[in-house]
Design a protein around this ligand. Structure first.
Ligand code: 8YV
Length: 319
């Protein structure tokens, strides 16, 4: 009998077929109030789960007594309680590497859009304001030759540094748990304390994973340390930032602008003050979302799932 698994996020047909070759797959394109009760029922017999964002904690593990492996179709795994999973010998995997370039492209897009006010100006042109507003009011700030501070210099951070170095002649500062020799050698990135980075950077790009240590890593103090002309980019998780402090820093002019792919609550609440600010550019947590990359991520997660249930060590085993 094939092991039973649950896929709870939409995956490409090829990925689904690959899984179905060796596994008994229950497939949900997404979980919503209608599908969730069926999903919970399926958990009772599932040996594996594949998808992104589902909170896997003690409560869920209690409902899934046969579970052996949880495969995230994401590099981040803040949705997984690894300690609880290890205790029950449930494996966890993620999808590092395959999304680095795609996320770096998106983050750079966000950075350029915020600095040059692209979404705001696009809107002005489309509502017929071209010619009615003095040009200077539409000016942005330069990106090239500026100082980019990257907080969290993993694979994605390094690919952002690569673009900044080769494409925009930027000076790169970074702060990370450990030194990234490759980024230092290839992109002339300089390691520094968080304080120094905040004080010296024109653009501060937050890319760190969400962990108990990085939760609300950016608050009142961090925004106060930044230049008044600084632009803040968040491509990590919403909860790495104290959102109220960010709102205040933007409202009081403590920083110039922000480009945000992530929010404390997702989808973002309609009444979030960040949505009413012209100096904030938003994206719906879409850094890795291109067709090509999402297929690669889902396939990698699927390979992890198949390997894990075959009794092999999954290629991206966490913990
Ligand atoms: C999405 C990400 O969260 O990989 C991550 O950690 O943040 C993104 O790729 C993920 O794919 C779920 O949509």
């Amino acid at each position: 009998m094939k092991p039973k698994v649950v896929v709870y996020k939409k995956v490409d047909k090829k990925v689904l077929e690959f899984l179905q070759n060796t596994l008994d797959v229950t497939y949900f394109e997404d979980l919503d109030p209608q599908t969730y009760p069926i999903f919970r029922e399926k958990l009772k017999t599932a040996e594996g789960i594949l998808g992104a964002g589902l909170k896997v904690d003690k409560g869920l593990l209690d409902q899934a007594p046969h579970l052996k492996i949880v495969c995230n179709t994401s590099v981040g795994y803040d949705n997984l309680d690894l300690a609880a999973m290890t205790e029950r010998k449930v494996m966890a995997t993620n999808t590092p590497g395959v999304l680095n370039d795609t996320v770096a492209d998106a983050i750079f897009g966000l950075l350029l859009s915020t600095a040059r006010r692209i979404p705001e100006l696009d809107h002005q042109v489309k509502i017929g304001q071209w010619g009615t507003i003095p040009d200077e009011e539409w000016y942005g700030v330069d990106v090239h030759h500026k100082v980019l501070g990257i907080v969290g210099m993993g694979g994605i951070g390094a690919d952002i540094a690569k673009r900044a170095h080769y494409g925009f002649d930027m000076k790169i500062l970074y702060h990370n748990r450990s030194h990234n020799k490759e980024a230092e050698q290839k992109y002339q990135a300089t390691y520094c304390s968080l304080e120094e980075l905040l004080q010296q950077s024109d653009f501060v790009c937050l890319m760190t994973p969400l962990t108990p240590e990085t939760e609300k890593m950016f608050g009142k103090r961090e925004f106060a340390l930044m230049k008044k002309t600084a632009i803040f980019i968040n491509g990590s998780r919403g909860k790495t930032v104290d959102e109220q402090a960010l709102i205040q820093a933007l409202q009081t002019g403590e920083i110039l602008a922000a480009g945000l792919d992530v929010f404390v609550q997702e989808p973002v609440q309609k009444d979030n003050p960040l949505l009413n600010m012209n100096n904030v550019v938003t994206l719906p947590h879409i850094g890795s979302a291109t067709n090509e990359t999402r297929i690669k991520m889902a396939m990698l997660a699927a390979e992890n799932l198949v390997a894990g249930l075959r009794g092999e060590t999954p290629p991206n085993l966490l913990g």
